[in-house]
Write a protein that binds this ligand. Structure first.
Ligand code: AMP
Length: 423
């Protein structure tokens, strides 16, 4: 058997790639309309970056990262998420000295060695956006508004917004205390193997464990929202009223903690019931302490990631893959015609018309079949007789009309009469 790609990764082929391009294009346009600038980052980072930012006890760092020693003995990791890298770049290039307020986005692959299943891959794609330097809850509301608008604009209405607040360094310790007391009542059998570990290493994560017995155990867990300090309460309140005023529906989900240690205050997730178990298509939140944790000044930040693979799966439930086509297929039946066809093909391609020609010596009949296969909108036929008359035949494959065109000024003629809206 020929070599196959490794487990949990996939090739994205035409015509599906056109959907990816469309979605990425729409995302970029919207983000730029909201003032975000693109940033391109390496896929490889020092392992330490993720240990320090995401947290040692998270699933990502403890068991999912692709980490290796390079030939120089340095510990390198294929990035499992983008936020840490964006913060690294913001600090490395002192972007905050130019202007602490920066809105940055990046699109690309992430790598996590999770158990592959539908909607969960080891290489997957995210659209990431981060806002640095604004602590107002209005920016929390605005990025959520922008995300919800993005989904609506893609006609994806079967999505639900969940929001929560995780408090800040002032009030979270009180909640941790209550949570630890609550968790201490359980025997080892009451919780899954991971949560037994998490309750000492990262108790917040027990809250969003999907295992049934853990969910049962968490039924009466104290709500983090009851422990918020007055500043966190008013922050969260303003996020909610702003969203409500903009007509955005949301559910407050006090168990939404997200998988990374760096979140503070607002966290959110956009879920759908149409994708089975992997129901989160975007998530994000505020991470006011991360920039400082990574050695920078005390600058607040908020961001989100859209899971593009899942978004595309959802999108394709409602939209068919585009049918590939070419604008024109040229059938040139002898060597002199092929020469002319070749020039014409190049001239039209650079004008934005998709033209294909045949390079072989097949019969007219088999080439007409190929034109059908390529879904050509027009077929141009030229041979000895046509060339002798300085003409070619053009056939509209939809209407079946045929035209005899002079070869003089043919590019302009085609552009003005037949391909009025080149792409
Ligand atoms: P996270 O970085 O974990 O907050 O994830 C943000 C979004 O990325 C999620 O809502 C998913 O849509 C997507 N995502 C995360 N992990 C995977 C994965 N292994 N495969 C596909 N999509 C993923």
């Amino acid at each position: 058997m020929s070599i196959q790609c490794i487990r949990g990764v996939k090739d994205i082929l035409p015509p599906e790639i056109e959907i990816w391009q469309t979605i990425e294009h729409k995302a970029k346009s919207l983000l730029e309309q909201f003032g975000f600038k693109e940033i391109r980052l390496p896929l490889l980072e020092r392992t330490e970056l993720f240990h320090r930012s995401i947290g040692e006890e998270t699933d990502i760092v403890s068991k999912e990262m692709y980490t290796f020693e390079d030939r120089g003995g340095e510990k390198i990791t294929l990035r499992p998420e983008a936020t840490a890298s964006v913060v690294r770049a913001y600090l490395q290039h002192n972007l905050y000295t130019l202007d602490p307020i920066q809105k940055l986005y990046t699109i690309g692959p992430m790598f996590r060695r999770e158990r592959p299943q539908k909607g969960r891959y080891r290489q997957f794609y995210q659209i990431n956006a981060e806002v640095f330097g604004i602590d107002s809850p209005l920016i929390d509301a605005q990025i959520i508004f922008m995300l919800m608008y993005f989904f609506k604009n893609l006609s994806l209405t079967n999505v639900q917004l969940h929001i929560n607040s995780l408090g800040c360094r002032e009030c979270r310790p009180q909640f941790y205390h209550a949570l630890n007391t609550y968790l201490s009542q359980f025997n080892a059998d009451d919780l899954c193997e991971h949560c037994n570990r998490r309750r000492t290493t990262n108790p917040l994560r027990v809250l969003d464990c999907k295992v049934e017995k853990c969910r049962q155990a968490m039924k009466d867990v104290p709500s983090i929202l009851e422990f918020l300090c007055p500043d966190c309460v008013s922050h969260f309140q303003l996020v909610q009223t702003t969203l409500a005023n903009q007509g955005i529906d949301f559910t407050i989900n006090n168990q939404l903690v997200r998988g990374l240690d760096y979140y503070t205050r607002t966290t959110f997730e956009i879920q759908t019931s149409h994708l089975g178990a992997q129901n989160a298509i975007a998530g994000g939140g505020r991470y006011d302490g991360l920039i400082q944790l990574l050695g920078g000044p005390d600058i607040p930040a908020i961001g989100f990631a859209i899971g593009v693979d899942r978004l595309i799966e959802l999108y394709m439930q409602h939209h068919e893959s585009p049918k590939p086509y070419v604008d024109m297929f040229i059938i040139a039946l002898d060597a002199p015609s092929k020469k002319m066809a070749y020039t014409l093909c190049c001239d039209l391609c650079i004008k934005g018309i998709q033209v294909e020609m045949d390079y072989s010596a097949r019969s007219l009949k088999s080439l007409m079949k190929r034109a059908d296969k390529l879904n050509a909108h027009f077929v141009m036929i030229m041979g000895e007789q046509e060339l002798a008359n300085n003409s070619v035949i053009l056939r509209n494959m939809n209407t079946k009309e045929q035209f005899v065109l002079s070869t003089n000024g043919i590019v302009d003629h085609l552009l003005t009469q037949f391909f009025i809206t080149p792409h």
